[in-house]
Design a protein around this ligand. Structure first.
Ligand code: CP
Ligand code: NVA
Length: 327
């Protein structure tokens, strides 16, 4: 996979600035991932108290335009990228695939080449990781993964910002995932080696994360394990995290089976009590209260779900600066 191109020829023959795609966390050097977390935290505190639409003093992406292509719905990703670009002095376009020729069969490759002539970067939320890779392979501008069926790297960067804010560190913590071993779980697995946390994923066997992702993380030195035993996973955990039982790529027909399988993996107050007393509860949102987590946990004192949502904004600004070679 091509994650980074440091020099490219612009269409007028001039050499444009270096840029990088942000596709999968296990393709980005660990030191860069840690620099992104640090930059997100620095920028967040530097602009505390400013109105949301006020630019950061350096306006690091002045004049840049990000096209956001959505093949699935979004609240957080859409609004946080748009506000992030505004705070960095640039702007963003929302392009729903149903309104694009992409939705009628124009290829991701051709779409990427066309968009590269109009805008400075693309954020894509799509189904297949192959679509994302095709865009990246044919774009001459940075491409950011805004979620695929396989991964959600922008989310996990925001989650790691949130964890570091709460604990002052990430390394050495125990993160327990409970529920569907979906794209968000997989991305926590992918980042384990780079950040040095222990990652325990508790899922029914049928819903375990993809073995290739788990094995790659283990080969990279990540302390990653997968179990069906939710109580063992949560024991002594610093972070308890879950997500919806039905992702946007899942057909509605599996709903009943998912509820049957995942009922024992619900996060309720009794399960939270098995984690450390200092543990936090995380969820990328949107949530279904009373399914993957009870309202008492989501709105309880250990929940950091809205800080986590806000940190999408700060994390993505740092990701964008990295993509444009400014970090
Ligand atoms: N967490 C997340 O990606 O939310 P949206 O689907 O609202 O963008
Ligand atoms: N796993 C969820 C995450 C939504 C942000 C999904 O893919 O629908």
């Amino acid at each position: 996979m091509t994650a980074t191109r440091m020099k490219i020829a612009a269409s007028d023959g001039a050499t444009s600035a270096p840029f990088r795609h942000f596709l999968e966390l296990d393709q980005v050097p660990a030191k860069d991932l840690r620099a992104i977390v640090a930059e997100a935290r620095r920028r967040k505190s530097a602009r505390a108290g400013l109105p949301k639409g006020a630019p950061d003093p350096d306006e690091g992406l002045a004049g840049r335009v990000l096209a956001m292509v959505f093949e699935k719905p979004s609240t957080r990703t859409r609004v946080s990228f748009e506000m992030g670009m505004r705070q960095l002095g640039g702007s963003a376009l929302v392009l729903n695939s149903g309104d694009l020729q992409l939705g009628r069969g124009e290829t991701p490759a051709d779409t990427a080449r066309v968009l590269s002539g109009y805008v400075d970067g693309v954020m894509l939320r799509t189904f297949s990781p192959e679509t994302l890779q095709e865009m990246a392979d044919h774009a001459s501008i940075p491409v950011v993964n805004g979620l695929t069926d396989r991964s959600h790297p922008c989310q996990i960067m925001a989650d790691l910002v949130t964890i570091e804010e709460r604990f002052g560190r990430i390394e050495g913590l125990k993160i327990a995932w409970t529920g569907d071993g979906n794209n968000v779980a997989a991305t926590f697995v992918q980042a384990a080696a780079a950040f040095g946390y222990e990652m325990v994923v508790a899922t029914p066997e049928e819903l375990a994360p993809k073995p290739d992702i788990v094995e790659a993380a283990q080969r990279a030195g990540g302390r990653v394990s997968v179990t069906t035993d939710v109580n063992a996973a949560v024991a002594d955990a610093d972070v308890v995290v879950t997500d919806t039982w039905l992702s946007m790529n899942d057909p509605d027909e599996v709903r009943q089976a998912r509820h049957r399988l995942l009922g024992p993996y619900q996060v309720d107050e009794a399960l939270m009590a098995q984690a450390k007393s200092t543990a936090i509860f995380m969820h990328c949102l949107p949530a279904h209260r009373g399914e993957e987590a009870t309202a008492a946990v989501m709105d309880g004192p250990q929940s950091v779900i809205f800080e986590e949502a806000e940190n999408r904004l700060h994390a993505q600004k740092a990701i964008l600066l990295w993509c444009f070679g400014q970090l």
